[in-house]
Ligand binder design. Structure first.
Ligand code: ADP
Ligand code: MG
Length: 253
């Protein structure tokens, strides 16, 4: 089976600083992978590479069997043009710590925008689909509210619905609950659990150990730009083999 994400020896530098120093990670279709690790270990950079927002310097990175940034033509590789990158990125949904909703559009407007503009979905159909997605994230009754009228947890759920509206085959989450008041974290994690249960392939950077333990098929612990340890959550979280993993878990648990 083709992996949804396959990283082999991925390196990335910013100027003189090598931020990713050989990331290996494979995520199968339908799997949930949680990435843990201290601040600055390269988690966000790795997600940005998967989402074509950064260019890798070495190794190989493929999404659903296609090399990120390249198109295969016979046995030659051609660099993707900006337009081709945009098309590839439609298949990848990303949710950030900050929700970045359009403040002048309602929840419904936010979810409808990309399908109408990018996929040329007829507005009526896009609205129907958006209402279905808002219902799925528990916000059917907030469709006509503006972001400023919604709580942080509700805004983040709209952001998830907005990403889903593009029918992505892969969802990336970068600390989706880190900016939320503690009492709002659960409602966002519940939506993510629902997505996982429905078979969505997800790579989730999170410090929510309960979520990782319950939902992840694999947990990868990153430190200084490498995957130090990867495996099922009960192993990596319950019986970490590496001192650096243990030290990190002692701090967050
Ligand atoms: P994490 O998400 O694990 O906290 P990041 O991927 O954000 O880590 O950052 C890894 C390292 O790369 C950090 O030292 C950060 O300062 C550096 N970094 C990230 N983005 C850039 C950038 N655009 N330019 C220079 N350095 C960067
Ligand atoms: Mg980060």
């Amino acid at each position: 089976m083709t992996a949804m994400v396959r990283a082999e020896g991925v390196t990335k530098r910013f100027g003189p600083v090598e931020v990713l120093r050989g990331i290996d990670l494979t995520v199968a279709p339908g799997e949930v992978a949680c990435l843990l690790g201290p601040s600055g270990s390269g988690k966000s950079t790795f997600l940005r590479c998967v989402n074509h927002l950064e260019r890798i310097d070495g190794g190989q990175l493929a999404v659903d069997g296609e090399l990120v940034g390249y198109r295969r033509h016979g046995d030659r590789l051609h660099e993707l043009k900006a337009r081709e990158v945009a098309v590839r990125r439609r298949d990848i949904g990303m949710v950030f710590q900050r929700f970045n909703l359009f403040p002048h559009l309602t929840a419904l407007g936010n979810v409808t925008e990309a399908p109408v503009r990018v996929l040329r979905t007829p507005r009526g159909r896009a609205r129907e689909e958006a209402l279905r997605l808002l219902d799925r994230v528990g916000l059917a009754d907030r469709a006509h509210h503006y972001p400023g009228q919604l709580s942080g947890g509700q805004q983040q759920r709209v952001a998830i619905a907005r990403a889903l509206a593009m029918r992505p085959k892969l969802m990336l989450f970068d600390e989706p609950t880190s900016a939320l008041d503690p009492e709002l974290v659960g409602e966002v994690l519940d939506v993510m659990k629902g997505l996982a249960a429905d078979g969505m392939t997800m790579v989730v950077v999170t410090h929510e150990m309960g979520f990782a333990r319950e939902v992840a098929d694999q947990v990868a612990f990153l430190d200084e730009g490498v995957v130090v340890e990867v495996g099922p959550p009960d192993e990596v979280l319950g019986r970490p083999r590496h001192e650096r993993t243990r030290a990190f878990l002692d701090k967050v648990l």
